[in-house]
Design a protein around this ligand. Structure first.
Ligand SMILES: Nc1ncnc2c1ncn2[C@@H]1O[C@H](COP(=O)(O)OP(=O)(O)OP(=O)(O)O)[C@@H](O)[C@H]1O
Ligand SMILES: [Mg+2]
Length: 239
């Protein structure tokens, strides 16, 4: 990779209680890249993202962000350093309005001061959220809820945005829409770490991708390399 990585994960080990989920996960992302994590169910993708965002304390290995170690750092501080996390399953507050959910992403002092302009940016990215900003988030469609979750992630002004299966359960046309939005986010210079089950579409736009299986990194390449790799096609594209 050309530039110094913005994110470098090395030999990550993590447990859920007594259950070891990560044994040896290593990958990196250069500034401005779109990096995809692939792998079957239970491979450790969500655990890896949670370990990076400080929601889970890694038991071994290291995570460096902008050259400084962040493993073991509190999740609030990690958000402050510039890592946004759009969790699996969206995790919106259904009774609260769309606007209130978005503002929850701006709880740190800097983003809080700039929340109005950032809200306008999110609304320009997702006009449907502007139209529905007073509506409770629980009444949004699945695709709109995902947009709201991504918008909330952007409200913290991340330089790295991690998206855990943003297109899960969405109709194909909305999956396209999510990929379009990810492209727009990248145009702003944000580095994106994406976990995606739509492997073909993800590899088409990925700069690099890493394959996780049983808590280990078992493959890597550029998006184009992995798309052309017969084993990858067989395992993840069923062709
Ligand atoms: N809270 C938990 N308690 C115990 N084990 C867990 C917990 N969360 C995840 N695991 C286990 O850790 C392993 C990795 O799970 P993880 O959710 O990271 O996988 P994933 O790659 O995100 O899978 P999926 O594609 O299904 O979302 C799995 O074996 C899973 O059963
Ligand atoms: Mg997962």
């Amino acid at each position: 990779m050309s530039a110094e990585p913005i994110l470098r994960v090395r030999n990550l080990v993590a447990f859920h209680g007594d259950v070891q989920a990560l044994w040896d996960v290593s990958f990196e992302a250069s500034p401005g890249e779109l990096v995809v994590l692939l792998g079957g169910n239970g491979g450790g993708k969500t655990t890896t993202i949670r370990a990076i965002s400080g929601m889970l304390r890694p038991a071994g290995g290291s995570v460096e962000f902008k050259g400084a170690p962040i493993h073991g750092v509190a999740s609030r501080r990690i958000v402050e350093l510039g890592i946004g996390h759009v969790p699996e399953g969206r995790a919106l507050f259904p009774q609260m309005s769309v606007r209130e959910n978005l503002l929850l992403g701006a709880y740190l002092p800097g983003p809080h001061r700039r929340r109005r302009e950032n809200l306008e940016k999110v609304f320009s990215l997702f006009p449907v959220l502007k139209a529905r900003h007073r509506q409770s988030a629980g009444t949004l469609s699945g695709g709109e809820q995902q947009m709201c979750a991504i918008g909330r992630g952007l409200m913290s002004e991340p330089s790295l945005l991690m998206l855990d299966e943003p297109s899960l359960g969405l109709a194909p046309i909305l999956v396209e829409e999510i990929f379009r939005i990810i492209a727009d986010i990248r145009k702003e210079g944000v580095t994106v770490l994406l976990v995606e089950q739509h492997v073909e579409q993800a590899l088409e736009v990925a700069d690099h991708a890493f394959i996780l299986a049983d808590g280990r990194t078992v493959g890597k390449g550029t998006g184009a390399e992995l798309l052309a790799n017969p084993e990858v096609r067989k395992a993840y594209l069923s062709v």
